[in-house]
Design a binder for this molecule. Structure first.
Ligand code: ADP
Ligand code: ADP
Length: 237
């Protein structure tokens, strides 16, 4: 069974001006993402990629179609039931979105505090995650004392803290130089292989898709215009 399934999903925003046309950010998208996939979604700016991610994370409601995550039809669930779904989804961002007033370990511990874990269990989990992302020596540092690549490694550790099945990476390497991008993508590959975490990679960069994804959907104007194995999609004449 697919981990994430979208059937005829649409997201329309109200018109910017009275009497104008609605903005259709996502237009009749159907996708199946299987457990263990590294699934790329590529397209130019404005193609609808970020909107699609916000729909999968249940941060916004779809205006049409159905979305199923890990067997639960989130488009049919009330808000109070969406919390449990979001706990199964980790997210990393272009600008890292770390708490600048919290240390590295404070950032990673945060989702576990929210989830109500006891203190000793949090400390053990944070230590484990710091070791995994190679930042054990930065535990007491603040984000502004880290390089971009280090910040994203903290972002990855925080996103994985509650052991989600699904990781959403929204332009996660777009603020990084090519070498650091390679390091972060290598870490994401380990997250996929060692923990079996399914990853959706949103990007406008073909290199990123070719380096990490096994499957890809190409978005344009809110629609998926092509999808399939990366090799097939990008080797087409
Ligand atoms: P991408 O992530 O591929 O750059 P987005 O999903 O951000 O694309 O945007 C897709 C389209 O939806 C764009 O035309 C954008 O202006 C519009 N859009 C995105 N968010 C909103 C919003 N909250 N209100 C109105 N229009 C939006
Ligand atoms: P075990 O059942 O022995 O914990 P696992 O394969 O589940 O074996 O996990 C091995 C290690 O990886 C454990 O220390 C676990 O906490 C950690 N781990 C498992 N899943 C995730 C995940 N999604 N994100 C981060 N770490 C994880």
């Amino acid at each position: 069974m697919a981990l994430v399934s979208l059937r005829n999903v649409t997201k329309a925003y109200p018109p910017a001006e009275r009497g104008g046309a609605p903005v259709v950010a996502v237009d009749d998208v159907s996708l199946e993402i299987e457990p263990g996939d590294v699934y790329g979604i590529i397209g130019y700016s404005g193609a609808g990629k970020s909107t699609l991610v916000r729909l999968v994370n249940a941060l916004e409601p779809a205006t049409g179609g159905t979305i199923t995550v890990d067997g639960r039809e989130i488009t049919a669930l009330p808000e109070r039931d969406l919390r449990a779904v979001r706990l199964e989804i980790g997210m990393i961002f272009q600008q890292f979105n770390l708490f600048n007033s919290k240390t590295v370990e404070g950032n990673i511990a945060y989702p576990l505090l929210v989830a109500g874990w006891p203190k000793p269990k949090i400390a053990a989990r944070v230590a484990e995650l710091l070791a995994f992302v190679g930042l054990a020596d930065k535990a007491k540092n603040y984000p502004d004392q880290l390089s971009g690549g280090q910040k994203q490694r903290v972002g990855i550790a925080r996103a994985l803290a509650t052991s989600p099945k699904l990781l959403l990476a929204d332009e996660a390497t777009s603020a990084l130089d090519p070498e650091t991008t390679g390091e972060v993508l290598a870490l994401l590959k380990r997250v996929n292989r060692e923990f079996g975490v399914t990853i959706i990679v949103i990007t406008h960069e073909m290199d990123v898709i070719q380096s990490i994804a096994t499957k890809v959907a190409v978005m344009d104007g809110g629609r998926v215009v092509e999808s399939g194995d990366v090799f097939d999609v990008f080797s087409a004449p």
